[in-house]
Design a protein around this ligand. Structure first.
Ligand code: V47
Ligand code: SF4
Length: 358
């Protein structure tokens, strides 16, 4: 790591594009990781957060069919499914072996269904809130929000306002992929542009809906594309302050149209660490253990990450594409991973309020 960049980090100066590119090109992963860990501990002390949550994917039927996505199906294709609201409620009610059910949050992301009306999403939220008033609903990516606008004819602000009235508490960070236009068009030609993703997120933040942000890496993108993506997120965060956490998503190649390779452990750790260094206005960097695997996520807690996400219970998107992790973890397993990394496990709610400190 160049001394000039290290000095900037130590004195709290903002990294510029060239600094971030130089960090990605550097092989000094220990120095990058140490600086990122220092920043993480300045922001969050030795806390490493986790949440008791459950993922639900209401349907895998999707009109977009992104070329990196092994989860989606076309209507009528083998393996296509759609859940009724009753089935969604049942998933939240039913214990799954020894995994917990006292969820602080439900994470809902699905395909762009060709026939579901906007009302279906409102009914889904209302029914979940009625049955489980204490569970925060983190639902619908900017891509889904844009799609709801298209199918209903309502503007984004009206869509967000209706969703909020029906029980939406916050939004996940998916659908960002990589903003760089050329690569985005190769990966997901049907998907909204990077600018539109940012626009929808800005509208959500203006409507007082907190969101996360992601970046899909390890496919066709260049280092410059990653840096451009991070800087665009940092710019928006400067304007709105509405992002809670940044989550780098490592590309999984199995059963996808573009194929390719899994990212390396070194790239995973470097990407976490550089994200921590560049995104100086984000409070949290999440090491999503489903994609990174339990062990790399644990090590990532020493490379700038301060959050492991949660118990998850059921995960389809990454597991369709060859994830090697389990689909769920118990609270005790998450706490053990955190303690063995020398950090303090903090069970949080959807907004990073501590529920239990171990
Ligand atoms: O948008 C799809 C990605 C995302 C693949 O906000 C793939 O807390 C890797 O956004 N390999 C959905 N990734 C998941 C997501 C998420 C997950 C956990 C927490 C949060 C949060 C958000 O999954 C999609 C897409 O970027 N994805 N296919 C694949 N083959
Ligand atoms: Fe559809 Fe999302 Fe998969 Fe793209 S990533 S095909 S939008 S489910």
């Amino acid at each position: 790591m160049r001394d000039a960049i290290s000095d900037k980090v130590i004195t709290g100066k903002r990294l510029i594009k060239e600094d971030a590119v130089a960090l990605f090109e550097s092989e000094d992963i220990f120095a990058i990781g140490r600086r990122a860990n220092d920043i993480s501990e300045n922001k969050n002390a030795k806390n490493a957060y986790f949440i008791v949550n459950r993922h639900i994917n209401p349907t895998n039927i999707c009109v977009n069919r992104c070329k990196f996505c092994a989860f989606s199906r076309s209507k009528g294709e083998e393996g296509a499914y759609e859940l009724t609201i009753e089935e969604i409620i049942k998933k939240l009610r039913t214990p799954d072996s020894e995994l917990p059910t006292n969820f602080a949050e439900v994470h809902i992301v699905g395909g762009l269904h060709p026939d579901w009306p906007f009302q279906y999403y409102l009914d889904m939220l209302r029914s979940i809130k009625r049955e489980f008033p204490s569970i925060a609903i983190k639902a619908f990516t900017a891509v889904e929000i844009d799609y709801m606008s298209k199918i209903s004819g309502l503007g984004i602000d009206d869509i967000l306002s209706e969703l909020k009235k029906s029980g939406l508490d916050l939004m996940p960070g998916g659908g960002a992929e990589i903003f760089a236009e050329g690569i985005r068009n190769k990966l997901c030609p049907e998907k909204i542009s990077g600018n539109r993703w940012l626009e929808v997120m800005e509208a959500a933040h203006n409507a007082c809906i907190k969101t996360n942000a992601t970046m899909l890496y390890g496919h066709l993108e260049s280092i410059e594309d990653r840096v451009d993506h991070l800087l665009k997120l940092r710019d928006l965060q400067d304007r709105t302050g509405g992002f809670q956490a940044f989550i780098p998503l490592s590309y999984h190649p199995k059963n996808t149209e573009i194929g390719g390779f899994y990212s390396s452990g070194i790239d995973d750790l470097k990407t976490i660490a550089i994200s921590r260094l560049v995104l100086d206005n984000f409070d949290h960097i999440k090491a999503y253990w489903i994609m990174l695997g339990e062990k790399i996520s644990q090590v990532a807690l020493l490379f700038g990450a301060d959050d492991l996400d949660g118990t998850i219970i059921e995960e389809k998107i990454t597991h369709s594409a060859g994830a090697m992790s389990e689909e769920g973890m118990t609270k005790e397993e998450l706490m053990r991973l955190i303690r063995k990394a020398g950090k303090t496990p903090v069970q949080r709610d959807a907004f990073y309020k501590a529920i239990d400190r171990g």
